[in-house]
Design a protein around this ligand. Structure first.
Ligand code: DX5
Ligand code: ZN
Length: 234
């Protein structure tokens, strides 16, 4: 049972591919402009990477920034928490305007409580896993999830190379979702571009996060998003 009072995720069975540009690759001196640009360029979600300098060796942004940019777009905000202790910050991100909140399976729990707390705030609940973490680690939590986020780079930095060896895990998780009969979206994050997306989509992903390939595309943001969308059609 979903409990979304914010933007709900479209049901997985619609097979609608969602493109989620990561604002980590934006020009932070012009963050407002760069959020508006992905909105106008045809994005489906705004992906926000939050890092605590402990779970990952980098710092990014907090709820005050999310709040500051929230009204620049009507799109759902897809907040990826790379935090050792996410439970402390759920309410702040929800109040700042997060619609979907994803935590890591490797972070501090108890995860059923943390995931339930996300849903109680009216957000969709997501669970992510590092490249070294096996698919089976998600199995105990499927009842609590609206979204699974597979990392195809080590979390912490944008602009890294896609890890091809994660494609099998995406297929495994797709099979796990189908077997469970639950409506769980499968998102992939890290090194995604028009070159790497086809393999990820063939493996069963239905949400693509992309930072550098969208903001750094020579043809501009709208062209980058259109190219990613085209990958689904083959
Ligand atoms: C990495 C972040 C990603 C990252 C993606 O820790 O979770 O969302 O910004 O950036 P690219 O697409 O450049 O790999
Ligand atoms: Zn991310």
């Amino acid at each position: 049972m979903k409990n979304c009072t914010k933007h709900p995720l479209p049901e997985g069975k619609t097979q609608q591919l969602l493109i989620a540009p990561s604002i980590l690759a934006a020009d932070f001196a012009h963050l407002g402009r760069d959020v508006t640009a992905i909105d106008q360029g045809g994005a489906d979600l705004v992906h926000v990477d939050v890092m605590d300098g402990h779970f990952v060796p980098n710092l990014s942004l907090g709820p005050a920034i999310v709040k500051a940019i929230r009204n620049l777009s009507q799109l759902p905000f897809d907040v990826h928490l790379m935090l050792s202790r996410p439970v402390q910050y759920l309410e702040a991100f929800s109040q700042a305007g997060a619609d979907h909140i994803t935590i890591h399976v490797e972070s501090e729990g108890p995860l059923p409580c943390v995931l339930s707390a996300i849903r109680q705030l009216g957000c969709s609940a997501g669970l992510s896993l590092r490249p070294g973490t096996p698919a089976c680690s998600l199995q105990p939590f499927l009842d609590y999830l609206d979204l699974i986020l597979v990392m195809t780079v080590e979390p912490g930095f944008g602009g890294q190379s896609f890890m091809q060896n994660q494609v099998g895990k995406i297929s495994e998780i797709r099979a796990m979702i189908e077997h469970s009969g639950r409506d769980i979206r499968l998102e992939v994050d890290g090194g995604i571009s028009a070159t790497t997306a086809p393999a990820v989509l063939a493996a069963g992903a239905d949400i693509l996060v992309a930072g550098s390939s969208i903001y750094g595309h020579p043809g501009g943001i709208a062209a980058a998003i259109a190219e990613l969308r085209q990958c689904q059609k083959g």
